[in-house]
Design a binder for this molecule. Structure first.
Ligand code: ADP
Length: 189
């Protein structure tokens, strides 16, 4: 599987008119991949179904088109993978999978709270990539909720400090695309 993308979705397939809170120009600018050259991050925030993962995958597709190394993973997958590596005494070697790519996409941050081990591993990845490689992160949680998510407010502050220092933040507000047809039917009444 190419860069572990879960599926192939592109910006051409994204209907910007459905989600007016998204600044299309900003997405087009990000798609030039200048942010990767500058080791900047992209944070896509919003409720379920607004297109965060679609946009993250589309940026991944674009990065691959431009010959950049990309790795896509959900936070849950990454944590269970690293935990297993830790138990098998090969954490350092496995960590390289997440540190080496120019662009690491971590999807679905926030659906599962992290225990202390996972929270520290996540901090390690964010610190090690800070000013060295780009992260694209999708989350349904606002930054204020990251303390709860990581189970440690001090750690969450340290993570966010590094993550947000050079970051493009997209706050998506709107309806779930998954419920589009149902909403259209409802509006006809
Ligand atoms: P999120 O990550 O925000 O929960 P997804 O990106 O998984 O949402 O989107 C859910 C589904 O809806 C996916 O199949 C995605 O391709 C589609 N989708 C979401 N927003 C749009 C949009 N504006 N245009 C086209 N497809 C969309």
């Amino acid at each position: 599987k190419l860069a572990h993308l879960p599926y192939r979705k592109t910006l051409e397939e994204f209907d910007f008119s459905f989600q007016p809170s998204i600044d299309e120009r900003m997405i087009r600018e990000l798609a030039t991949m200048t942010f990767v050259g500058r080791q900047e991050n992209v944070i896509l925030l919003g409720p379920p179904g607004v297109g965060k993962s679609h946009l993250a995958v589309a940026l991944g597709v674009e990065a691959i088109r431009q010959g950049l190394s990309v790795y896509f993973v959900s936070l849950t997958q990454m944590m269970s993978d690293l935990r297993k590596a830790y138990e098998e005494n090969r954490l350092d070697r496995r960590m390289r999978v997440y540190l080496r790519p120019k662009l690491l996409i971590v999807d679905e941050v926030g659906y599962m709270p992290l225990d202390a081990v996972a929270a520290n591993l996540f901090f390690h990845i964010v610190s090690a990539r800070y000013e060295r490689g780009s992260l694209v992160i999708t989350s349904n949680k606002s930054f204020g909720e990251w303390g709860e998510l990581l189970g440690d407010r001090v750690l969450a502050t340290a993570v966010l400090d590094r993550l947000l220092h050079h970051a493009h933040i997209l706050n998506i507000r709107g309806n779930s695309y998954r419920l589009k047809d149902r909403l259209q039917l409802a509006n006809k009444d």
